[in-house]
Write a protein that binds this ligand. Structure first.
Ligand code: ADP
Ligand code: MG
Length: 262
């Protein structure tokens, strides 16, 4: 640890501490440790089935780890300390915590029966953060930011996949999350629509939002990531700046994976 790290007392945006997760006898996460500083952009790479989605789902407590814990902005997620044990929080508190962690899914997961505007405005109203007019005002602003200011009255089915994913990003932003998790945000898109979504994510990255992005877009990782994490078999095999992990990988498994996706 360097002396600057020792002196830095601001809480990490995200801390994953020794997380183990298994389904039956199948070990999916096997001792994952990860620290993300505020404003950092972390890209997670790894083969299919390596545990990437499970890691994101553990971070916002959609899955409970068997061992270990997660903190966001210095606050434990899903559990509280009880002596030297961790005790599950109530569902209501977990929902509140989850609302501070943005999540963008591969398949957009928009509400089909709501307009684009209401898709974005719904959560701040439902959580009591904003009145409906204020939420709609915010939704308009955020939709403008993702380049959809002229489609507020449309329904998801009337939009392209790339537009739907941009709505999903605006929706994630509406709760003013401290961190946003992306799970392969462009892998369900036709190739010609990938760029517009990556451009929006890049805009967030350069404006200082803390992001954790699972993606196979290596060029994008090289451009926006402060850190690349390579995961295989539920373990972080190596991590570091893109110039190291992508250009001079130390491990055979990283080299093998990059050889297949590049
Ligand atoms: P990735 O996102 O890297 O492709 P996942 O985290 O989705 O990997 O899955 C990791 C492993 O865990 C896979 O072998 C998958 O089949 C298994 N898995 C994921 N979710 C469940 C579940 N709910 N029940 C049982 N096995 C699961
Ligand atoms: Mg996945």
């Amino acid at each position: 640890m360097t002396s600057t790290e020792t002196l830095d007392t601001t809480p990490a945006a995200l801390e994953v501490h020794d997380v183990h997760k298994w389904y039956g006898l199948h070990r999916v996460l096997d001792g994952v440790n990860l620290t993300v500083r505020p404003g950092e952009v972390t890209v997670v790479l790894g083969p299919s089935g390596s545990g990437k989605s499970t890691l994101l789902r553990v971070i916002n407590h959609l899955e409970k780890p068997e061992i270990g814990h997660v903190s966001v902005g210095g606050e434990l997620i899903g559990v509280k300390r009880h002596g030297d044990r961790l005790k599950e929080l109530s569902e209501r508190v977990i929902l509140t915590q989850r609302s501070r962690i943005g999540f963008v899914f591969q398949n957009f997961n928009l509400f089909p029966h709501l307009t684009v505007l209401d898709n974005v405005a719904a959560a701040p109203v439902a959580t009591g953060k904003l009145t409906r007019p204020k939420a709609q005002e915010l939704a308009r602003e955020l939709l403008g930011r993702v380049g959809l200011g002229d489609r507020t009255g449309a329904y998801p089915r009337q939009l392209s996949g790339g537009q739907q994913q941009r709505v999903a990003i605006a929706r994630a932003l509406a709760l003013r999350p401290g961190i946003i998790l992306f799970d392969e945000p462009t892998s369900a898109l036709d190739p010609e629509l990938v760029g517009e979504v990556l451009a929006v994510i890049k805009d967030l990255a350069t404006s200082g939002t803390t992001l954790v992005i699972v993606t196979h877009e290596i060029g994008f990782a090289r451009e926006v990531a402060d850190r690349v994490v390579f995961i295989d078999g539920g373990r972080i095999v190596e991590q570091g700046p893109p110039s190291e992990v992508l250009d001079r990988p130390q491990h055979e498994r990283t080299r093998d994976f990059l050889g297949k996706v590049l």
